[in-house]
Design a protein around this ligand. Sequence first.
Ligand SMILES: [Zn+2]
Length: 290
Amino acid sequence: MKTKKLLNLFGGAIALGTFGVLLYLENRRPLRRRVESKLTRSSRNLTIAGLAAIALQLAEQPIAAPLTKLVERKNIGLLKLVRLPGSLEAILAVLLMDYTLYVWHVLTHRIAFLWRFHLVHHIDLDLDASTALRFHFGEIIVSALWRAAQIVVIGVSPVSFAAWQMFLFPSILFHHSNVRLPIDWEEKISRFVVTPRLHGIHHSTEREETDSNWSSGLTVWDWLHGTLKTDVPQNEIIIGVPAYQEPIEVGLTKIVPLPFGKQKSAWEFQPASNFNEIQTNKFELDNSHS
Ligand SMILES: [Zn+2]
């Protein structure tokens, strides 16, 4: 129990530190030009993040914490079938949680009901560390059920769960960030974990590009499934979803109720009045940085 508390504390400090460093680097070395003002977007994304944090406390925590304790007490799940050394069990648990999160991510795109919620994350017109926190509270509530299944089927103990969270949060912040890493660094890092350029491809308005790079931690899952995509020049990527390219459509009052209303055909491109202007700006920046 003490180890779990230490991991939680350490994990919180790492996540906060990562967020701070990424904010600094996004300012110094941006990968993509911003479409919307940083202040408008950040306040919008942090509001959505605040609602998500409440949902996490009310929906996921009360389910996940007791379940991990139950797994430990009653030896439930795959990893409890054999007696493994604690550290090996934690490593395997993190790997299996990461893989099953890959599966969940694919489902949020493939199942219409789940896509209603995940769409809110994808229609951000820019992609940076604040996007990593921008998940609709509905997605958090629904994913709590998946989390419960992950814990029980895999056999995730409280320590393993804390270790997975410690790995996941900095990883999500990092690959959503708008940081231009030196290309040789990015190539090396992306052999192991998801990087900003890789995840930028997943947030593209091109359906074929969005349907790739689903991993949230290790890139090996995309590699094994043949869904790893690396050959898209960053300056050709337009961030967002085709049917939601107008800034007016991605305001707070539109995106909070979005999952509950009538859905547009997301992948049908609907030109925005200022679309040409947006694209000109983006390519100008891409050229100046490449
Ligand atoms: Zn996605």
